[in-house]
Design a protein around this ligand. Structure first.
Ligand SMILES: NC(=O)c1ccc[n+]([C@@H]2O[C@H](COP(=O)([O-])OP(=O)(O)OC[C@H]3O[C@@H](n4cnc5c(N)ncnc54)[C@H](O)[C@@H]3O)[C@@H](O)[C@H]2O)c1
Length: 309
């Protein structure tokens, strides 16, 4: 089945970003469903496009083409009835997501793929109130979705392999880097990896081995530098699995293995030190530093994704 009409449900941070992602593709018409008819959800999309244009990543024609391919409405029936793919980007609440899928299923074409952009929740559980569970699937984009190529395509217990392949191929066609997650496990693939590193990073600070800035430097100027080009498992093969085994055999007993969140992390939260939101987290952050950090990330991502094959 060819995907040509995509409906995005939810016009928050990710919903607007996803509308933009799909509309970047000339053959895709997008409907963005917002609960509030009065708000113009295209404003953040315009801002993102303006940034991309100012950095030379897109032409004016692309800019205008993307906007012309996104329509928005608050009418759920109108939004989903013609869609080949519906992707839900509403609040991370299991009951809300389950009810939304139950409500839209009879409104959609029988062939439509119903996807959720949940960050962590079970696809199988989200699909539990639908009749045809073979077409419900996870499509986990990363923020900002128009700059991060990865999309995790997650198989729920009953998702069909055909639906999986159709969505995977479409995402590839529109320039994303989809990966298949064949089991509906919390954290899918990339968040499991990220949290394994976070657990160790929090633990290193908590145990006084190094401070937060040092941990970040160690990663940024060390392994982090090669990760965009050398896969971590490719790296294991490169150094030799005999060496990888010997190192893991020695070190694994010393690594953090707690099944509870870090005590220091909880302490920061209890004391109201929430990071950028409050100006203090593991480190102190002035408004200028916060702005610079956000800018640095976006500009870096624009540069690297320009040349991504
Ligand atoms: N923010 C991220 O970095 C990120 C990354 C990947 C995935 N996600 C996932 O994407 C989804 C949306 O996250 P976000 O960051 O865009 O959130 P957001 O708060 O920016 O937007 C949530 C949207 O849901 C709508 N909404 C709220 N309650 C609703 C209800 N009862 N019924 C229908 N719509 C409702 C809101 O109007 C809003 O448009 C979540 O499932 C989140 O876990 C977020």
């Amino acid at each position: 089945m060819a995907i040509k009409r995509v409906t995005v449900l939810g016009s928050g941070l990710m919903g607007c970003g996803l509308a933009q992602v799909f509309a970047m593709h000339e053959d895709t018409q997008v409907i963005l469903r917002s609960r509030n008819a009065k708000e113009n959800p295209l404003k953040p999309v315009e801002e993102n496009l303006m940034l991309l244009h100012s950095k030379g990543a897109i032409t004016k024609d692309v800019f205008e083409g993307v906007l012309s391919r996104i329509a928005f409405t608050d009418d759920l029936v109108m939004a989903v009835k013609e869609a080949d793919l519906v992707i839900e980007c509403v609040v991370e609440d299991m009951v809300v997501k389950q009810e939304l899928f139950r409500e839209i299923e009879p409104l959609c074409k029988p062939s439509a793929i119903l996807a959720t952009n949940t960050s962590v929740m079970s696809i199988t559980e989200i699909a539990s109130k639908t009749i045809d569970k073979t077409r419900v699937i996870g499509a986990h984009f990363w923020n900002p979705p128009y700059l991060i190529p990865l999309v995790e395509v997650i198989k729920g217990e009953e998702t069909s392999l055909e639906v999986m392949d159709t969505l995977f191929d479409y995402l590839k066609k529109i320039g994303k880097k989809p990966v298949k997650c064949m089991k509906d496990v919390p954290g899918f693939i990339a968040n499991r990896l990220q949290h394994a590193i976070w657990r160790e990073a929090f633990s290193i600070v908590e145990n006084g081995i190094a401070d937060a800035a040092t941990v970040d430097e160690a990663l940024r100027y060390g392994p982090g530098l090669r990760w965009p080009i050398l896969g971590i498992l490719e790296n294991a093969d490169m150094i030799g699995l005999d060496l990888s085994y010997n190192i893991q055999n020695y070190i694994v007993k010393y690594l953090e293995n707690s099944h509870e969140p870090s005590k220091l992390l909880k302490q920061h939260v209890d004391e109201g030190h929430l990071g950028f939101k409050t100006g203090r987290g593991y480190q102190m952050w002035s408004p200028e530093q916060i702005q610079a950090s956000n800018k640095r990330l976006r500009e870096y991502l624009i540069e690297v994704t320009k040349n991504l094959k």
